[in-house]
Design a binder for this molecule. Structure first.
Ligand code: C5P
Length: 223
């Protein structure tokens, strides 16, 4: 493993509108623990220490801090406020990231990531400057355009996951760019800043809990 200090930015400031209900999905319990806690615990299981930065919405901060105090979870961590989009949430978090470090930016709603996979991603990100996990789709993919649709070459498509890992100077330089709605992950920002993106093999298990169906499947996976 490379010599830089390791950090994780866990983004958990989404409102979870695709899930329905009042509680954002990252705070829903599975097996007696919030999904967000399961996700953070994966980083605590690594063979090296990782500084934790958890991005939470302003109005959820008291709830999360209270939960951590009450259950003795996560004694030392930074807690920047969420922004209006994921881009703004990550931008806020980057001001807490020390220089000359390597950072994994991970969705709070991807609790199935494994410590082995995280270590592999940290290693690749530190070595290459950026590392982005990608899986080929198992289904056929079509592009829709109004009433028409066209089949795409599946072999040329990749589905992108998190954690995406960056050297601190790379990600900080990229997030100086003004916001653009096409930025749906960190790699799209880093790419727009002129870097070539390094894809590494993703983990099929590492799904994102987004819809009520995802939550049902997550419960069956018995965290
Ligand atoms: O909205 P999306 O599914 O892309 O969200 C991915 C992750 O980004 C989630 O963990 C969500 O909590 C987080 N997010 C955030 N701030 C926002 C929007 C999303 O931290 N404003």
């Amino acid at each position: 493993m490379g010599g830089r200090k390791k950090y994780a930015i866990i983004v958990a400031a989404g409102s979870g509108t695709r899930m329905g209900g009042d509680t954002p999905k990252q705070f829903l319990n599975i097996g007696g623990k919030p999904i967000l806690r399961h996700t953070i615990e994966r980083f605590q299981q690594l063979s090296f220490p990782v500084g934790i930065i958890v991005v939470v919405n302003q109005e959820k901060k008291d709830f999360w801090k209270q939960y951590c105090t009450d259950t003795g979870f996560l004694e030392r961590y930074a807690i920047p406020s969420g922004g209006i989009t994921r881009f703004h949430s990550v931008a806020n978090a980057l001001s807490y990231l020390p220089d000359d470090t390597v950072v994994a930016i991970h969705d709070g709603v991807r609790p199935f990531v494994t410590p082995e996979f995280l270590e592999r991603m940290f290693e690749a990100g530190e070595q290459l400057g950026n590392a982005v996990p990608a899986c080929p789709p198992v289904e056929t993919v079509r592009e829709v355009s109004g009433p028409e649709s066209y089949v795409l070459k599946r072999d040329d498509i990749r589905l992108i996951q998190t954690p995406q890992v960056f050297r601190s100077e790379v990600i900080k330089a990229a997030y100086k760019l003004p916001y653009d709605p096409s930025y749906t992950d960190d790699a799209s920002v880093v790419e727009a800043a002129g870097y070539r993106i390094n894809l590494v093999e993703g983990l099929r298990f590492n799904t994102k809990i987004t819809t009520p169906e995802d939550l049902e499947i997550a419960r069956l996976r018995l965290l």
